[in-house]
Design a protein. Structure first.
Length: 322
């Protein structure tokens, strides 16, 4: 065989890498968004109860831990769809790798379920407990024991929920931030940024349901603070890229003049952060009647942030600068 006729395929001529890396599709942004959203809900629900020393009084507030279980399940379902070798998913739970963000994330996700379940069961009113006990039938005795444990350990469960929620929120950013070959993702800011965004979107989701007056205004204040922190972290991320070397500046160009610039500034910075920040401040200072516009903008901006960061991060790398 003539060696000149042999075609050698390697990473740089792989159509999945050149001209643009495309390893992750829509499933990963959906997972990151829902994971951050649930993280925010866990932190905020626990913080509200600890601050007020009272459980949620509305049915919607009491149902939110169970809603969060459904949302994180949807997120994990999206992540499962993204896996190339789905039958090997169990391997994540055969060991624990302390230096692997994915290993941390896999185990954190498993801890989320029992913590949310205990948080939800312990927060139910007597009427809701009676209705639930009638539904479970023969499992009523087991349910009573679990609820008794949730009641007896209420404060430790709430503190655990805050810690696990914070870990989940940071992990969704570290999952990207530790991939050093991706120029836009390779930043220590990613973890705190995604946590702040998760708290903000979690507050937005809670503000979409019926809560008591005090809880609503507390969440508006916390959402305003989270948006401010998120804007500051975005500024730090972009400044770090702009003032870095030529490689970092290429990554910055995707959001500051490149193909993703109009979407980033319109959907994330202006529509998802700046406008909701102004609306929150106006609502707090003038006592205006709350609307669904502000939380809707925050939720759209939170999803857009993850979608654009994942897409732009795949557009540039150390070995590929379009």
């Amino acid at each position: 065989m003539n060696p000149q006729l042999v075609e050698i395929t390697h990473g740089r001529t792989n159509p999945g890498i050149d001209p643009v890396l495309h390893a992750w599709g829509w499933e990963v942004p959906v997972y990151l968004f829902l994971g951050g959203l649930v993280a925010g809900v866990m932190v905020l629900l626990a913080a509200l109860e600890l601050k007020r020393r009272a459980k949620a009084t509305t049915p919607a507030g009491q149902a939110m831990p169970f809603v969060a279980i459904g949302l994180i399940s949807l997120g994990m379902g999206a992540l499962f769809l993204d896996l190339a070798h789905k039958v090997h998913v169990y391997r994540f739970y055969l060991s624990f790798e302390a230096t692997s963000p994915m290993s941390w994330g896999a185990w954190i996700l498993m801890i989320v379920y029992p913590v949310l379940l205990l948080q939800g069961l312990g927060g139910l009113s007597d009427g809701a407990r009676g209705w639930l006990r009638a539904k479970v039938g023969g499992l009523g005795t087991l349910l009573d024991r679990v609820q008794a444990f949730a009641d007896a350990k209420r404060r430790p469960i709430l503190w655990t929920s805050m810690a696990v929620g914070a870990g989940l929120g940071v992990y969704t950013g570290l999952l990207l931030g530790t991939l050093s070959a991706r120029l836009l993702w390779n930043s220590a800011v990613m973890g705190p940024l995604f946590l702040a965004s998760g708290v903000s979107t979690g507050a937005a989701l809670l503000l979409c349901v019926k809560l008591d007056h005090e809880a609503h205004h507390t969440l508006v204040r916390w959402d305003t603070l989270a948006i401010g922190v998120e804007l500051a972290l975005l500024a730090v991320l972009l400044l770090g890229l702009v003032t870095g070397g030529s490689a970092q500046q290429v990554a910055a160009d995707t959001l500051l003049g490149g193909r993703y610039t109009p979407y980033f500034w319109s959907l994330v910075v202006v529509g998802g952060l700046a406008v909701p920040l102004v609306l929150n401040v106006v609502e707090m200072r003038r006592g205006l009647r709350p609307t669904l516009l502000t939380p809707a903008l925050v939720l759209i901006g939170g999803f857009a942030l993850r979608t654009l960061v994942v897409a732009a991060g795949q557009y540039t790398s150390f070995g590929l600068m379009p």
